[in-house]
Design a protein around this ligand. Structure first.
Ligand code: NAG
Ligand code: NAG
Ligand code: NAG
Ligand code: NAG
Ligand code: NAG
Length: 233
């Protein structure tokens, strides 16, 4: 009985690994899907076009891609979805490292507050005039309206002291910007637990990425189903 249980416990581990691999493969694919949201490619005369040629990027569909260091994978630094009949902006997270995003000349109805959560590099966002900058004017250094286009420029740092102990975050934690109007708190070295109140070594990452969270959920589900199976035997 014990042997059988030990054997069946091997399988979930393998399954979790395979699921994680699939999850990451689809994640990589998704990143570039945002470049195909509209037909055509970034045009030379546009803001993203200028930005791309001046930053030595490579145009792929509606994206400008670049790698920061040779050897690093390319990522999206500019995204031009202007003039392509978008009414809703859903998932742009493939472009979460972009410095410039152009959504102007679209009949966009509204954009959710969290659409740009995690877009820490975003410094130029072009929107249709009637759409307010994410987080409001106070989340940006400068807001300008010209020819029906709203430009949100210079994302403000919600911590205002990146990497230092901040009043926004609980004691013993570090504040870091996390997109317009957002910030993120993570426990300082040697602190962990709820509100970072416990002191001592913590062996793993404090902020679980999608991989970690996914593994935890799947492992739990497998554990729960396996347990039920063992019980019913
Ligand atoms: C954009 O400009 C570059 C150089 O300025 C040129 O080589 C390229 O052909 C242009 N692309 C288009 C689509 O006009
Ligand atoms: C927007 O796209 C339409 C058709 O695709 C084109 O005729 C028009 O000139 C474009 N407008 C701008 C401002 O680029
Ligand atoms: C957009 O507005 C509609 C109606 O005003 C609302 O039902 C919907 O939830 C809004 N969508 C977002 C993403 O905010
Ligand atoms: C935000 O800035 C724009 C452009 O400067 C201005 O037209 C608008 O009234 C401002 N909105 C608020 C709520 O202050
Ligand atoms: C922090 O905020 C103060 C007051 O708002 C401002 O003068 C200062 O430039 C800000 N510092 C940074 C690094 O943003």
């Amino acid at each position: 009985m014990k042997m059988i249980a030990g054997c069946s416990q091997l399988k979930p581990v393998v399954l979790v690994l395979i699921l994680n691999l699939c999850f990451y493969a689809s994640y990589q694919l998704n990143e570039l899907q945002v470049c195909e949201l509209c037909s055509g490619a970034v045009l030379n005369g546009t803001a993203v076009g200028h930005f791309c040629s001046s930053s030595a990027g490579r145009i792929d569909g509606r994206c400008c891609l670049r790698h920061d260091n040779t050897g690093d994978p390319e990522h999206i630094i500019g995204l031009d979805l202007s003039n392509c009949s978008l009414t809703h902006v859903e998932d742009l997270h493939g472009a979460s490292k972009a410095l410039m995003i152009d959504l102007s000349l679209n009949p966009i109805v509204n954009i959710s507050d969290t659409a740009f959560q995690g877009f820490t590099e975003l410094n130029y966002l072009f929107l249709p005039q009637h759409i307010v900058c994410p987080g409001g004017n106070t989340s940006w250094e400068k807001v300008d309206i010209k020819q029906g286009i709203r430009l949100c420029e210079g994302q403000k740092d919600m911590c205002n002291q990146t990497g230092q102990l901040s009043i926004n975050c609980p004691e013993n934690s570090l504040c870091a910007p996390y997109g317009p109007s957002f910030f993120e708190c993570s426990c300082a070295v040697n602190f962990h637990g709820y509100k970072c109140l416990r002191e001592g070594e913590f062996p793993s990452l404090l902020v679980f990425g999608p991989l970690g969270a996914f593994t935890v959920v799947v492992s739990f589900l497998l554990w729960a189903t396996q347990r039920r199976k063992v019980k019913s035997q």
